[in-house]
Design a binder for this molecule. Structure first.
Ligand SMILES: [Zn+2]
Length: 109
């Protein structure tokens, strides 16, 4: 079966379960890479087991993601007014990094 992205998996899962993506996050759900090898596997599984180890792994991945963003020039400062820093993100490249580190961007503005 075709491998899909993490966000595609979450979208599809929410659609099938009749819940919104907001609700998905409220429930503490996340999509973990799946290595079951089943023919109908998309490469992800829904999980709500949020262990301390998992939290620690996410924190480390977030640091790696931010480092990659800095060194890769994905984040560019646009303005710095009154101590508020506005950054411009190259979204298409950020998506592949989110995918790489198994992280999900919930909101942006
Ligand atoms: Zn699987």
């Amino acid at each position: 079966m075709k491998k899909i992205t993490q966000s595609e998996f979450i979208k599809g899962y929410c659609r099938k379960s009749g819940i919104s993506e907001e609700r998905w996050h409220e429930l503490g759900q996340y999509a973990a890479p799946c290595t079951c090898g089943e023919l109908d596997c998309h490469g992800w599984q829904a999980s709500s087991i949020c262990s301390e180890e998992k939290e620690e792994e996410w924190k480390q991945n977030m640091v790696h993601l931010l480092e990659d963003c800095m060194y890769g020039g994905l984040l560019q400062p646009v303005t710095l007014e009154g101590g508020v820093l506005t950054l411009k993100v190259q979204r298409y490249r950020l998506d592949s990094l989110l995918e790489k580190y198994g992280l999900t961007l919930v909101s942006e503005k």
